[in-house]
Write a protein of this length. Structure first.
Length: 146
């Protein structure tokens, strides 16, 4: 294992993709009349946070490319191969390989989760319903769909 740069890992990538997906996911609720300003406030906040993450990673990429100049550190292994291959398409990016590696890892993780979900689905075709404890009055959340 090796330590990477903050903001380009699988967790951050998942967060950014979910934050970008939130407005698209809310469109059917608008059509059905179930959307609210409170929901859009949460969506907007998450979208701004995700945009800030993307902007800071892009800025860090530019700064690292400037500091390293034309030649960056050379390592051996799949990361170098990935960086060399991506360097052909993004020659001025230092973070193209780590971000792509995170995207590949996230895709693999989501594929495994979906596969396990398909395997664990009962033969009737309907997934098991999770038992949720009732909420106390006043503890409703827009994330719960209330």
């Amino acid at each position: 294992m090796f330590a990477g740069l903050p903001g380009i890992g699988v967790g951050t990538l998942f967060y950014v993709l979910i934050a970008v997906w939130m407005p698209i996911r809310e469109l059917p609720a608008i059509v059905q009349g179930r959307s609210s300003w409170a929901r859009w406030r949460v969506i907007g906040t998450q979208f701004v946070f995700a945009s800030g993450i993307v902007a800071s990673v892009a800025f860090a990429d530019r700064v690292l490319a400037w500091i390293l100049g034309a030649g960056g550190p050379r390592d051996v292994g799949p990361a170098r191969w990935l960086n060399d291959q991506l360097g052909l398409h993004a020659p001025r990016s230092v973070l193209a390989a780590p971000v792509t590696a995170s995207l590949i890892l996230l895709t693999a993780i989501l594929a495994v989760v979906e596969l396990v979900s398909l395997i664990r689905t009962p033969r009737g075709g309907r997934p098991r319903q999770a038992v949720r404890p009732p909420l106390a009055p006043g503890n409703e959340s827009i994330l719960d769909g209330n």
